[in-house]
Design a protein around this ligand. Structure first.
Ligand code: IZC
Ligand code: ZN
Length: 409
């Protein structure tokens, strides 16, 4: 196995362990080590050393005194879709709401048409391009949801694309089945019938083909209510899948409470969350996947991240990359928003996009920190420290990205 030395690291900023960081630990759990060096053996971190006492390796990268962190993890994207939705922006600017556009057959239903019309190869090529862009920005693991097919063939098509991105493309993509993203035209006015259809007709096929790790549901006014969401996730759990819930994005109808009750791995958005929801998530150990790019793009409030951290909910920050409410896959920009709009500290922001996001995709044991034994996903930043990383915005500050021990060219 060939070895790679990353030497002359100015500051190595990383958490330790495999569990999500919550409360004060979301900040204090990030340790800074100066003058460090990392030795990588194959695709695994062999150890972290004092710069002067690192062993000799086959290959050497000089970090030239810069900041090094674990590779970033984007724990929430709607990566696989056809078309874009730029024509909806003028509607939004004239005051049309997200749910209003959806109810008029636009929004997700617009993307549904374009996704159904796209071939598997087209969807693959588009997603591969986005993943390459993300990798160049230091994002080494990405969660990706289905949810624009909304029938058997097209949901399976989206999930097969994710599988191929992993197997052929070599990307670290974590698949989430989200047929419960909207009610398709075939079930218009019958969300109960559609949930029943997903649970009895689509989910068993997804399970047979081992096409997902998580199941997600959009629990929102006018989409799926709490009881429909509960049924979706109960079926998911029966099949042995981990769960996520899009909750309290627009209205707090009980999605975050349900997330905590069901022990969901994560709940997403949480812009409108209330104390009951926060307390339930803290009790259930559910991670909050916050999506500040979406708040910005929809002109909404920013989720109450500080209240969640204070209540002991581990916070992750993700892009929500999708063609409607966040057409950007730039997680670095979301980190800037986490600092400025959520008022999280640079350390809290770093744990939110590394260890907590890794746990939100069920990979806390293998990624999310720079430690011996973990997968060698590492970013050398064009930055002296993390306060600089969250302060500069709009530029790609990833100087060199190493994924599974290989330098990304
Ligand atoms: O395509 O609008 N919120 N789902 C729930 C989305 C945003 C994605 C979309
Ligand atoms: Zn989403």
């Amino acid at each position: 196995m060939s070895t790679l030395l990353v030497k002359n690291i100015g500051v190595l900023a990383t958490a330790e362990g495999s569990e999500p960081l919550r409360s004060a630990a979301q900040h204090d759990g990030i340790k800074r080590r100066e003058n460090a060096a990392i030795v990588i053996n194959g695709d695994t971190i062999q150890g972290v050393y004092e710069n002067d006492s690192a062993p000799i390796c086959d290959e050497v990268i000089d970090a030239e005194g810069r900041l090094v962190t674990a590779g970033l993890v984007d724990a929430h994207t709607h990566l696989i879709f056809g078309g874009w939705r730029q024509h909806e922006v003028p509607l939004k600017l004239r005051g049309a709401g997200y749910l209003e556009i959806l109810q008029a057959g636009g929004g997700i239903l617009n993307t549904l048409k374009a996704t159904r019309a796209a071939s598997e190869d087209e969807l693959y090529d588009r997603a591969e391009k986005v993943l390459s862009e993300m990798l160049a920005h230091g994002i080494t693991t990405v969660e990706a949801k289905s949810g624009y097919g909304l029938d058997i063939d097209n949901e399976l098509k989206q999930l097969r694309v994710i599988k191929r991105l992993k197997e052929e493309g070599g990307f670290d993509v974590v698949p989430t089945f989200m047929a419960a993203h909207a009610v398709p035209p075939e079930f218009a006015g019958d969300p109960d019938g559609y949930i029943e259809f997903i649970c009895t007709q689509i989910l068993p096929k997804v399970a047979d083909d081992e096409l997902c790790e998580f199941v997600d549901v959009f629990c929102e006014t006018g989409v799926f209510d709490v009881e429909q969401s509960r049924k979706m996730l109960q079926f998911a759990q029966i099949y042995g899948f981990k769960t996520k819930i899009h909750a309290d994005e627009i209205d707090a109808i009980g999605g975050s409470v349900l997330a905590g009750e069901m022990g969901a791995t994560s709940a997403e958005h949480l812009i409108a969350i209330n104390k009951e929801g926060i307390d339930s998530m803290a009790r259930g150990g559910t991670i909050a996947c916050l999506l500040p790019g979406t708040s910005l793009y929809l002109g909404k409030d920013f989720a109450p991240a500080r209240s969640m951290i204070e209540a002991g909910v581990p916070v992750a920050i993700c892009t929500d990359f999708n063609p409607g409410s966040c057409p950007s896959c730039n997680l670095q920009f979301c980190m800037n928003l986490g600092y400025l709009k959520y008022r999280m500290t640079p350390e809290e922001v770093l744990s939110a996009v590394t260890i907590n996001a890794a746990c939100a995709v069920g990979m806390g044991k293998s990624i999310g920190t720079v430690e011996a034994g973990k997968q060698a996903d590492i970013v050398i930043w064009d930055a002296p420290d993390i306060d600089y990383l969250v302060y500069r915005f709009g530029s790609n500050l990833a100087s060199k990205v190493i994924r599974k021990g290989k330098i990304v060219e």
